[in-house]
Design a protein around this ligand. Structure first.
Ligand SMILES: [Fe+2]
Length: 279
């Protein structure tokens, strides 16, 4: 087994992993070591990788069955792989805004593996925010109030008519008409199934309201939680190079793909690992 090195990229979350070539078949000990590091650091970064879509599928599959996106199509030959492309004249980018992936599903993804094919000369970083740290920082009284509450999540704001993500020309959105009406419920405070740590589990992209509160109360509380959850003190930031890979634990983080490179092209490939029902 190769000797892996994990170097934190901020004081809160995220680690750069040295000593592994993701294009090769990994032995079980390496996979277990990466799994443990993912739970500890919440997002892992790798540099100077070279992955074909098939190799990216093989790597992601070591962490669980791969999923597909209900509104975004995959590559023709590799349906598990989504091409995330921003063209130079695009007005919006995919993933631009703080969110946790697909929380409008009953079983949101466990995580994603994102591989950079082409990046702008400058800009296009991704931010990550540790939702366990955000939970830990709340007062005991607020924790007591939030624990046990249930929130409603819907894809409508992103994938419904006029939704932000449907404006992203280069992403193959499909079946977005049905997006407005569907919704699911998840606990506002989620327990990580491996670490047992609690974390906030609401996000501005998909969470629409909190059950059992008046409309105004829900809107006020959600606005506070959306802002609190992504304060700078809970974040790390990753600058991409061609060949960089990020793998995040979607049960622990929110993320934000910055769009500060208009006029340039950015091309990423993503696979997602299927997840369980949050509790
Ligand atoms: Fe995302």
């Amino acid at each position: 087994m190769p000797s892996l090195d994990f170097v934190p990229v901020s004081g809160v979350l995220g680690a750069l992993v040295d000593g592994v070539d993701l294009s090769e078949g990994l032995d079980d000990a390496t996979v277990e070591s990466l799994q443990a590091a993912l739970v500890e650091h919440h997002v892992l970064f790798f540099r100077n990788q070279s992955l074909t879509p098939q190799q990216q599928i093989a790597f992601g599959s070591r962490f669980g069955p791969l999923g597909s996106h209900p509104f975004v199509g995959g590559m023709a030959d590799h349906p598990e792989v989504i091409e995330v492309i921003t063209e130079p004249d695009d007005r919006v980018n995919f993933g631009g805004g703080w969110h946790t992936d697909v929380t409008f599903l009953e079983r949101p993804d466990l995580g994603s593996v994102l591989y950079a094919v082409e990046v702008p000369p400058v800009g296009g970083d991704t931010l990550f925010a540790d939702q366990h740290a955000a939970w830990d920082a709340l007062s005991d009284n607020m924790k007591e109030f939030l624990d046990g509450l249930v929130a409603v999540h819907s894809p409508g704001m992103q994938y419904g008519e006029g939704g932000y993500s449907t404006k992203s020309r280069s992403i193959a959105t499909r079946d977005a008409d049905g997006a407005v009406v569907t919704s699911v419920e998840h606990p506002v405070v989620r327990t990580h199934p491996v670490s047992g740590r609690k974390g906030l589990y609401v996000n501005r992209a998909f969470t629409t309201r909190i059950r059992g509160l008046h409309y105004d109360e829900s809107a006020m509380l959600l606005d506070f939680l959306f802002r609190h959850a992504v304060e700078e003190r809970f974040t790390c930031r990753f600058a991409w190079e061609p060949g960089s890979v990020a793998m995040w634990d979607n049960r622990s983080v929110q993320h934000f793909a910055l769009y500060d490179y208009r006029g340039h092209r950015r091309h990423m490939r993503r696979v997602t690992i299927s997840g369980d029902r949050p509790f």
